[in-house]
Design a protein around this ligand. Structure first.
Ligand code: CMC
Length: 376
């Protein structure tokens, strides 16, 4: 490129879209969806209310919430060929890869698949939010050699997820912790996966195609895959007594520690603070307090030595583990929350679209003569 603005690596600090969905104040470590503070939403709102807020811009009134809940419950079944497909996939298939394929297949069945109107996108957003949860659990059951557990029609979205995973109706406390986790993951402005969904949407492609791209972006360890990596780090450390030695070694070798650091938050990630409290409670209740203790000690050591802050994926790891979620399902669970934000961003992008098409700065050789194959 010879003209125009200069390169900004990683698009750091670049404002790529206007949004009414999420107000992320990185300097002061604050986050709000549609004007509502994340702390209040996690504490008081059900995930269904948060999804409605993101899709419609306002919290639902009672009749609107009831309508959304019944639409979500009615959409929980997944097509038989998808369930069959899960059984045919190699057992070792990564759950995020299976999820990406599932989203594409769900798009083949959706009655509004190619309709990009706002009304159709809202219908698809609700359907896919429900079906994504069912698909994650059905794939997990299939790879474990088990029959899928048909979704319940009376449980909340969060409680039904845990039910489809385990076959047991979760306690109110566990269901609330999981519900709040989905809310905390629901939306986060121009993170890599959401930006991916916006880029795909900007070509006037459809919602399922955009979400499939988002799933692919979320999978990476610098993004949603970090939660799983945090748990593997805690398992590698093994015991609270090993944290100091592990930290010394990690710092000496400049190891990248998953669950630490953030592109936008430099003073602290407000979601991590909420998740820390939830992890403490869940680890205590499940009799696995050591994971929380290890996380707290590691946090203190790394923060003191490098000033790095724990991000959303740090304390969600011991939380999810103590809720009985298999480690390689942590990222799919994040997708189960982020689907609300992805689809809200897709709706917003369609409503005021301009093709997203940045430039590249050319660094290759200058113009040179072409030689036929026998002269090279
Ligand atoms: N461990 C060790 N050093 C780190 C870490 C970390 N986790 N994060 C940043 N640093 C250091 C990095 O080495 C660099 O130091 P120096 O300037 O001396 O080379 C400095 O901090 C800046 O790092 P960066 O990679 O240029 O910062 P970034 O804004 O590009 O990266 C990040 C942000 C999230 C990719 C990075 O902090 C990271 O890799 N963290 C670990 C992965 C992770 O937890 N990802 C989840 C992110 S939040 C949730 C989500 O997006 O899903």
């Amino acid at each position: 490129m010879t003209e125009g603005p200069s390169l900004i690596r990683g698009l750091e600090g670049v404002v790529a879209a206007e949004t009414r969905l999420c107000d992320l104040d990185g300097k002061n470590g604050r986050l709000a969806y549609g004007g509502y503070d994340i702390d209040e939403l996690a504490r008081h709102a059900a995930f269904e209310e948060v999804a409605y807020l993101l899709w419609h811009g306002e919290l639902p009134r009672p009749a609107e919430l009831a309508e959304l809940k019944s639409a979500l419950a009615a959409a929980r079944q997944i097509p038989g060929d998808l369930s069959q497909g899960f059984r045919l996939m190699p057992r070792a298939t990564d759950p995020m890869r299976a999820l990406q394929a599932a989203v594409a297949i769900l798009g083949m069945h959706d009655p509004d698949a190619t309709d990009n109107s706002q009304a159709a996108n809202r219908r698809k957003a609700a359907r896919l939010t429900s079906q994504l949860a069912t698909a994650i659990c059905a794939h997990h059951r299939a790879r474990s050699g088990k029959e899928p557990i048909p979704p319940s029609t009376d449980l909340s979205h969060a409680a039904n997820f845990l039910y489809m995973l385990t076959g047991e109706r979760p306690s109110a406390v566990i269901a609330k912790a999981f519900d709040a986790s989905l809310t905390l993951y629901a939306e986060h402005e121009m993170n890599a996966s959401t930006f991916t969904t916006r880029v795909i949407t900007s070509t006037q492609s459809d919602l399922h195609s955009a979400v499939a791209g988002g799933v692919g972006a979320l999978k990476g360890p610098l993004h949603g895959g970090a939660g799983e990596a945090v748990m593997r780090t805690l398992m590698e450390i093994g015991e609270v007594a090993n944290v100091d030695a592990f930290s010394d070694q990690a710092l000496a070798t400049k190891r990248r520690l998953m669950g630490f650091g953030h592109r936008v938050y430099k003073a602290g990630d407000p979601r991590a603070a909420i998740l820390r409290g939830m992890a403490e409670e869940a680890c205590r209740q499940s009799g696995q307090f050591k994971w929380y203790e290890m996380a707290v000690k590691l946090h203190a050591r790394i923060n003191a030595a490098k000033g790095l802050i724990p991000n959303v994926d740090f304390y969600s790891a011991p939380l999810f583990y103590s809720l009985g979620i298999p480690v390689d399902l942590f990222t799919p669970v994040i997708a189960a929350g982020r689907i609300a934000g992805w689809t809200a961003n897709i709706i917003e992008q369609h409503d005021d679209n301009r093709l997203i098409r940045p430039r590249g700065e050319y660094t290759g050789p200058g113009r040179r003569p072409w030689f036929p194959i026998d002269k090279r």
